[in-house]
Design a protein around this ligand. Structure first.
Ligand code: GDP
Length: 180
């Protein structure tokens, strides 16, 4: 069955750039895009039975109602995936969490969520500290949060390490299961 981590985020939040940066360096060499890519799910094979699932960006500057509509197919597509270990949520640090994000965070329970606050090169140090603090406060124990920038190479290693840990079957395999 293997293990996979889904990357989700609003369109233009920096998701593709984050996936490329995280997968193209050392430990997580990206092997290939699966040819049988579907409209909704785009798989990046990372290692034996380890995958990133790239979901299409969701509503940007749209009202709550249209967000609900764009969300549903993603949720339906992800729901049956028993190999899903958790979600990397890509959030533009200049915008922070928005209303529509809560629907997904709520749905994902009890899967872990890790938030990348992207493009922090666009913020000064105090602004970056503020959005990190505020996002952590909103999420409490529900998610871990980090600063991220492809341009400034901020937080790439931190994200890689967590991704590797989540994809490591030895951590999650039930006692007696293969690889335990
Ligand atoms: P996606 O729609 O979420 O996949 O977003 P993309 O990865 O395509 O990025 C959207 C835009 O943000 C592009 O113009 C990127 O060049 C820009 N971008 C992505 N990462 C960064 C970053 O770390 N810093 C800055 N300044 N721009 C970024």
């Amino acid at each position: 069955m293997g293990a996979e981590v889904a990357f989700v985020g609003r369109s233009n939040a920096g998701k593709s750039s984050a996936i490329n940066a995280i997968t193209q360096r050392n430990a997580l060499a990206r092997i290939s895009k699966t040819p049988g890519r579907t409209r909704l799910l785009n798989f990046f094979e990372l290692g034996t039975h380890q995958r990133i699932v790239d979901l299409p960006g969701y509503g940007y500057a749209t009202g709550p109602e249209s967000e609900r509509v764009t969300w549903q197919p993603l949720i339906d597509a992800l729901k049956p995936r028993a190999s899903l270990r958790g979600l990397f949520m890509i959030v533009d640090s200049r915008r922070g969490l928005k209303e529509g994000d809560e629907a997904l965070i709520h749905w994902a329970e009890p899967l872990p969520i890790h938030i990348l606050l992207t493009k922090v090169d666009k913020l000064n140090r105090s602004e970056a500290g503020k959005v990190l603090r505020e996002t952590r406060q909103i999420m409490g124990d529900r998610a871990t949060v980090q600063l991220f920038s492809v341009l400034a190479k901020t937080g790439i290693e931190e994200a890689q390490k967590l991704l590797e840990a989540w994809l490591d079957d030895r951590v999650f395999a039930a006692p007696g299961a293969e690889g335990a």
